[in-house]
Write a protein of this length. Structure first.
Length: 479
């Protein structure tokens, strides 16, 4: 009779995976007991060294392998450090589990926190906490098991190298944080793995060289930023490297309006269409079959002194940078297009030249971190999009800079812990959202002091409603 090993025998009982893992011992078992991330080992991370902006390097940027999917096996027993206790429950009993301890009468998270997608055994988020603050490795997965982002926290702030991934699993962005702020060189990548943009940051603001490339590695635009504002010359190029435009910016304000063409012309075999000044306010070039091709320009009036909108068409579709201007010639909006879809950086400004909003589009959907400002330059709103939906943490600020609220989002709905403050910075409310509905215990404050606790179910208070109703407004995310 063939001898059956211990794992073979255990495979016949109810918990084969757990039994075999414990009999195997070694590094695999030790890793599970230590609380390390449940995901299998990944390929070596990309080098921390920032890629040079030389032409040869741009074209040769490596394709990064897709990250390992999130685990689908049942989570091991949660072991909590420093006398902490495991709270919550892993699937199928629950969808959130964490370590918690009480110090000097204050309950705080301390150790690993894991959240699964509701009704599944797919891990959504995993995070280490220390003394009630995020501290250590953090990983987020998409529901299909592909990794969404990963990095580290220190004292509740992002710190160190962070990487985000596109829906197909390829690397999307990468760069370093220090105390919650972007520092140094940040890179964005095309799905092919080639460099898309490269930007220098200082204290979370663009500061230094910026370049943009197509997915063949050719540089299409470059310029410099100082303290988050365009400053100096910005140039754009066609795919052969020929210069298309040159602009001068000072402290975020464009110094010269685009020259109005009193005789708008097109290069043969293209022909002019529309009516430019002084008889009209719009003109473009088109091919013999009537498709728009090449330059497009619209003016504010027939005098032709101030351009309102300009861009390029290729085979009837918008391509490259399109710019809109106020009647004063100050920039109003700039967006990248690819095959008639918004694809790339987006920026908009107030009439006084202050930046109003910035972000990025992928496939006509908002993607990545978006930021909004008041017209005096004070930050107003910040949050992240994935495929057009708000995801993760969103923060809003009053005009004087005080934080207004901090909310968690999942698939464009408020989902998770939320905190709200008065204009003087004192707490106003704290509670949990689920699918955009208030759920569970909510605490309300007046003058910074706790005034009442209210239990909600599906946005309806159980028992007496709050004495001071609060209107929880959603972020104003208009372009």
């Amino acid at each position: 009779m063939r001898h059956l090993g211990p794992c073979t025998l255990l495979s016949l009982v109810l918990l084969p995976t757990l039994a075999c893992d414990r009999l195997k011992g070694g590094d695999e078992s030790a890793a599970k007991e230590s609380g390390d991330a449940p995901a299998p080992a990944e390929p070596a991370a990309p080098s921390d060294a920032a890629p040079a902006i030389k032409a040869d390097d741009k074209a040769a940027a490596p394709v990064v392998p897709a990250p390992t999917p999130a685990p689908v096996v049942a989570a091991p027993t949660l072991v909590c450090p420093d006398g902490g206790a495991a709270k919550g429950a892993a699937p199928p009993a629950g969808h959130e589990q964490w370590c918690e301890r009480t110090v000097a009468g204050v309950t705080e998270r301390h150790g690993r926190w894991t959240r699964w997608f509701d009704g599944t055994d797919r891990v959504w988020q995993e995070q280490e906490f220390r003394n009630g603050k995020r501290d250590g490795r953090a990983t987020v997965w998409l529901e299909d098991g592909k990794k969404s982002e990963e990095g580290s926290y220190a004292a509740d702030e992002k710190d160190g190298r962070w990487t985000t991934f596109a829906a197909d699993g390829t690397r999307a962005t990468e760069g370093d944080y220090r105390a919650g702020r972007k520092q140094g060189r940040w890179s964005e990548y095309w799905p092919s793995g080639k460099l898309r943009t490269q930007t220098e940051y200082r204290d979370d603001l663009e500061d230094g060289a910026w370049s943009s490339f197509d997915d063949a590695g050719r540089e299409l635009a470059k310029g410099t930023f100082v303290a988050g504002k365009k400053h100096g010359e910005f140039l754009t190029f066609d795919t052969t490297g020929k210069e298309l435009s040159r602009e001068t910016w000072v402290d975020g304000v464009r110094q010269a309006a685009p020259a109005a063409e009193t005789g708008f012309t097109c290069t043969a075999p293209l022909v002019r269409a529309g009516t430019p000044p002084p008889s009209g306010t719009e003109a473009w070039c088109q091919s013999a079959d009537g498709k728009r091709e090449g330059a497009y320009r619209k003016w504010h009036d027939a005098q032709g002194l101030h351009v309102a909108l300009q861009g390029e068409y290729v085979v009837g579709k918008k391509q490259g940078t399109w710019e809109e201007f106020y009647a004063s010639s100050a920039p109003k909006e700039s967006v990248q297009w690819r095959d008639d879809k918004r694809e790339g950086a987006f920026s908009a400004w107030w009439k006084n030249g202050q930046k109003r909003v910035e972000g990025e589009y992928w496939g006509n959907h908002r993607q990545g971190v978006w930021r909004w400002w008041y017209d005096d330059g004070q930050r107003k709103l910040e949050g992240e999009y994935k495929r057009g939906d708000k995801q993760g943490e969103w923060e809003s600020f009053y005009a004087d800079g005080e934080r207004e609220y901090k909310e968690q989002y999942k698939d464009d709905k408020r989902d998770g812990k939320a905190e709200y403050w008065d204009e003087d910075g004192k707490p106003k409310a704290v509670g949990q959202w689920k699918d955009d509905l208030k759920q569970g215990a909510w605490r309300f404050f007046e003058g910074g002091r706790l005034s009442e606790d209210v239990i909600f179910k599906d946005d309806v208070p159980i028992g007496r409603p709050p004495r001071r109703p609060i209107k929880f407004r959603k972020p104003d995310t208009n372009d």
